[in-house]
Write a protein that binds this ligand. Structure first.
Ligand code: GLC
Length: 617
């Protein structure tokens, strides 16, 4: 390939070796998508070669280090943090200047919410991208982005950015050209002249933002047609069955990787392939296109890994980490939405039986991948409780979901939670919830146990195995922002209540709202980093609960088994000693890794205080 001609022989050889290794994956991914997969692969290889030739030496060195230690994101000393750049610190340069705060927390992975140029407000917090090749002007430039990735890399922190690949802003150049009548760019979108096809699709499509943006298609005068808009009317879904769309996004992947971005978060990946008569989520082609995109990255920039943002039901979730033919070939990371939902469900219900059942039903993810585990993120919580799981433990899924919404909105008698209802769907009765971890756990209310609940939730998430990601502000115990609706464009979307702005008094670190939460989370992170059994290559094994209020998570590891025991109730609970014996743990020699002390044993059981967590080794 001529773009490689000027490279030294060893570089050319490396590129050729990677093509030989990954071309079969690339073709296997493209084959179900496009009539001429070889032609598409040829275009992609040229783009990959160009990106490889342009890649900095420092990033080539990173590629080498990552391929020697591909488990970097699985390790127990890996810890994530997610934030909006401006709400966390200011510009990208300010984020770089404040990276010491992250290092001090033990952070090794930073997800900055959309930083590429969005459309004009409202733009869904930047999730409507108008230009993938420039940075949002108020945050800085692509030079600042490169400087930031270099600063973070020097600290051992990998930067994750969103690759919003299901849709673009109505102001993106592709959409503008389509609106101006360019037929090639019109074919980047799903556009219909009348309601026939949209109505046929909508018969089986769920609503994503039922109150903010009802329906999945929007009429556009310039297009003189209905355009597919799964989310808001200004977010136009692109048509991935068009190979030009695939090649355009491959260019974006390669460009971001060459800026030093190490993790690409595939936003709303579940929605990228449409099929009439389905809910147009989790179609098999979604995994094929991820595999092909991943193969391109493995050829040009193997340090780059993918994170699937698929907030889908438990049955569909593991597919994003690679099942069947896609094993080891798609995303390396995926959000464990099910664990997050079950953590909040356990706290409201004071019961671990449903959570245990639901977590037991999940297939084991490939050993080379990791769940992103989290207590909260920038989005609302949708109560992804499976009807079959609920029925198996004698609950109605519908009633339990309704209970969780009522509980976290603070409507249910006795509720300590202070969340907000988001995305109410009157037809299905579905009500999602916004709120920070501290507010959802009842910090600042009459109930004295909020701190204990926040720490318990984080202990489950940090002790599960995977890459735990802290949501900015939660590490300080920040409450919902009472003024969330006042910023322009935010009034309709109460997810802004839990997207707080951190303040840095005199350049020093932000002061915690709850020092007990801040200290507790730091202690959990430090304990996690020194527990090799939490490496994500070992699967978490959820045991049948013996005390209904105690979640039991075993991690069998060659270095010895660890048992996580979590009391989700506000009263003392226990773990019978035979559970320990059954795992090969000698109750007389067992130590709680969180305190370094022996647990309290009496009446033939390990005793847990209200909301206590133990990591027994
Ligand atoms: C993802 C983002 C969410 C956004 C949506 C549409 O789910 O997390 O914030 O609204 O995609 O881009």
């Amino acid at each position: 390939m001529s773009v490689l001609d000027d490279l030294p022989a060893h570089r050319r050889e490396l590129f050729e070796a990677r093509v030989a290794r990954w071309l079969p994956d690339l073709l296997a991914g493209l084959t179900p998508l496009y009539p001429d997969p070889h032609a598409v692969a040829d275009r992609l290889l040229v783009a990959a070669a160009q990106a490889f030739a342009d890649r900095d030496d420092e990033l080539h060195a990173l590629d080498l280090r990552r391929t020697l230690a591909p488990d970097w994101f699985q390790r127990p000393d890996a810890l994530g943090y997610a934030a909006y750049a401006d709400r966390f610190a200011g510009t990208l340069a300010d984020v770089a200047a404040r990276a010491g705060y992250l290092t001090d927390l033990g952070v090794t992975y930073l997800h900055l919410m959309p930083v590429l140029t969005p459309g004009p407000p409202p733009n869904d917090g930047g999730y409507a991208v108008a230009d993938y090749s420039t940075v949002r002007p108020d945050l800085g430039t692509t030079a600042d982005l490169r400087a930031l990735t270099r600063e973070l890399r020097g600290r051992g922190i990998s930067l994750c950015l969103d690759l919003v690949l299901n849709h673009v802003a109505r102001e993106h150049a592709w959409a503008r050209a389509a609106r101006a009548g360019d037929p090639e760019k019109r074919a980047f979108f799903h556009v219909f002249p009348d309601r026939t096809r949209p109505d046929a699709y909508e018969a089986t499509l769920p609503e994503v933002f039922p109150d903010l943006a009802p329906g999945s298609f929007s009429w556009d005068d310039d297009l003189a047609g209905w355009v597919w808009t799964t989310f808001n009317d200004y977010q136009w879904d692109v048509d991935w069955s068009n190979p030009d769309v695939f090649c355009a996004y491959a260019d974006v992947v390669l460009e971001l990787a060459n800026h030093g971005v190490e993790v690409l978060r595939l936003d709303a990946i579940a929605f990228t392939w449409k099929r009439l008569g389905t809910n147009c989520q989790n179609q098999p082609e979604v995994h094929a296109l991820t595999q092909a995109l991943r193969a391109v990255a493995r050829i040009a920039c193997p340090a780059t890994v993918f994170l699937a943002e698929a907030i889908v039901g438990p049955r569909d979730l593991v597919g994003y980490l690679g099942q069947g033919e896609h094993w080891g070939k798609v995303s390396d990371l995926a959000y464990h939405n099910g664990l997050m939902v079950q953590v909040w469900s356990m706290l409201a219900a004071r019961d671990a039986v449903l959570a245990s059942r639901a977590l037991q039903q999940l297939p084991v993810p490939p050993s080379t991948t990791a769940w992103i585990t989290y207590v909260r993120c920038h989005d609302d919580i949708g109560w992804a409780v499976d009807d079959a799981d609920a029925a198996a433990v004698g609950l109605s899924g519908f009633e339990h979901r309704r209970f969780l919404s009522d509980w976290y909105a603070g409507f249910f008698p006795g509720s300590w939670a202070r969340g907000l209802v988001f995305g109410e769907n009157e037809q299905t009765g579905d009500r999602r919830i916004s709120g920070t971890a501290a507010s959802l756990a009842g910090l600042g209310t009459w109930d004295p146990n909020a701190v204990a609940r926040v720490l318990l939730a984080h202990a489950v998430v940090l002790g599960f195995g995977g890459l735990p990601v802290l949501w900015s502000g939660d590490e300080l115990g920040m409450l919902n922002d009472p003024h969330w609706a006042q910023e322009p464009g935010h009034a309709e979307d109460n997810r802004w209540a839990h997207r707080p702005r951190l303040s840095w008094p005199d350049g020093g670190p932000p002061s915690p709202v709850s020092p007990a939460i801040a200290d507790g989370i730091r202690a959990l992170a430090a304990a996690r980093a020194t527990l090799p059994q939490l490496h994500a290559s070992v699967a978490a094994e959820v045991l049948d609960p013996r005390d209904p209020a105690v979640l039991l998570v075993a991690r069998r590891h060659p270095l010895g088994t660890v048992l996580g025991a979590y009391n989700v109730a506000p009263e003392p609970r226990h773990v019978p000693l035979d559970v320990l014996w059954g795992l090969g743990l000698d109750p007389a020699r067992v130590v709680d890794h969180l305190t370094g002390a022996a647990p309290v044993v009496s009446d033939g059981a390990v005793q847990l205080r209200p909301y206590e967590s133990l990591w027994l080794r």
